[in-house]
Design a protein around this ligand. Structure first.
Ligand code: ZN
Length: 311
């Protein structure tokens, strides 16, 4: 029998929440892994971030200092994906959208097949019970020609289902990525991009229009604009939110103030996700509980959001 998610929220029962089916649609594998698994495999204990950071540069510096290179090279990339599936299984995640940055092809033998083997082996060994949606990622600071060069053979495999753009939102204008998103769309991929985490509501709308996005990663700045929220709601564009990440990176001051409330009330489709569980010490179950305990959303609303993520 399926556990009662709403009762588990009301009781503060983390184990009960973990026993319920749920999705993680916004997670990065390099900071997505299980701390214990990584310590057992490498001897390195990666403790979660304490306090709040103020920029993506500070975040990247923290990651470099803390991970000490354990995720570098072909073996390091494989470890990151294995640890991510371990983490997701422990949290009772039943559906996950995650995958390799197209740059990752340079960390293997240069062939798309090696990237695909690495991902499928990690899933089979550590997360076979999870419905895995293979995702390819683009980093916003990489030159267009390099992204195109790395992405084309990976797209040619025909195995990836979604694409995401992440990294420094201000590195290059969104227009740069339009041709890559047209190719991904032609190949039938679901289109996602990080926008409106550091940028504005207008940035969210421009990215949705120009890249023809199906979903936005974060997009919390949209809550500043009733017009942009209305457009997102009318277009059915979903925002994959990560509340703890927004707190830890100083985008939202208190959980009680999280814009998920305004977005939800405006009819925007939202889901709740982790972003970087190794860095934030969180899981999807804890994210739901934090929103409930801060009085942001009711148990029934959070249950509806959980079910939204599984569709
Ligand atoms: Zn993210």
């Amino acid at each position: 029998m399926e556990h009662d998610f709403q009762a588990a929220l009301e009781a503060g029962d983390l184990a009960g929440l973990r026993a319920c089916p749920k999705a993680d649609l916004h997670i990065h594998a390099v900071m997505g892994g299980d701390r214990d698994f990584i310590r057992e495999r490498t001897g390195r204990d990666i403790a979660p971030l304490e306090g709040v950071l103020g920029s993506m540069d500070e975040m990247h510096a923290w990651v470099d200092d803390t991970t000490g290179g354990v995720f570098r090279g072909a073996a390091g990339r494989a470890l990151a994906f294995e640890a991510t599936f371990v983490q997701a299984v422990k949290d009772g995640v039943t559906r996950i959208e995650v995958g390799e940055d197209v740059w990752g092809i340079t960390q293997q033998d240069g062939t798309p097949g090696a990237v695909w083997r690495m991902l499928t082996q990690a899933h089979a060994a550590y997360g076979a019970q999870i419905d895995w949606v293979p995702q390819m990622g683009l980093s916003r600071h990489c030159p267009y020609a390099a992204l195109d060069w790395w992405m084309t053979p990976l797209l040619g495999l025909g195995t990836f289902k979604t694409i995401d753009l992440s990294g420094d939102e201000f590195a290059q204008p969104i227009e740069v990525f339009v041709p890559l998103y047209r190719k991904a769309k032609a190949a039938g991929l679901k289109l996602k991009a990080h926008v409106g985490e550091w940028g504005t509501a207008d940035d969210v709308w421009r990215a949705v229009e120009l890249l023809e996005l199906d979903e936005v990663q974060h997009g919390i700045a949209a809550a500043d604009s009733p017009q942009v929220m209305r457009m997102l709601a009318d277009a059915g564009v979903r925002l994959n939110l990560c509340p703890t990440s927004n707190l830890k990176l100083g985008r939202v001051a208190r959980m009680a103030d999280h814009p998920i409330r305004r977005l939800y009330d405006a009819g925007v489709r939202v889901t709740v996700n982790t972003d970087d569980p190794l860095m934030f010490g969180n899981g999807v179950s804890q994210e739901f509980l934090a929103l409930f305990q801060a009085g942001v959303m009711t148990a029934a609303e959070l249950d509806a959001i959980r079910i939204e993520g599984l569709s």
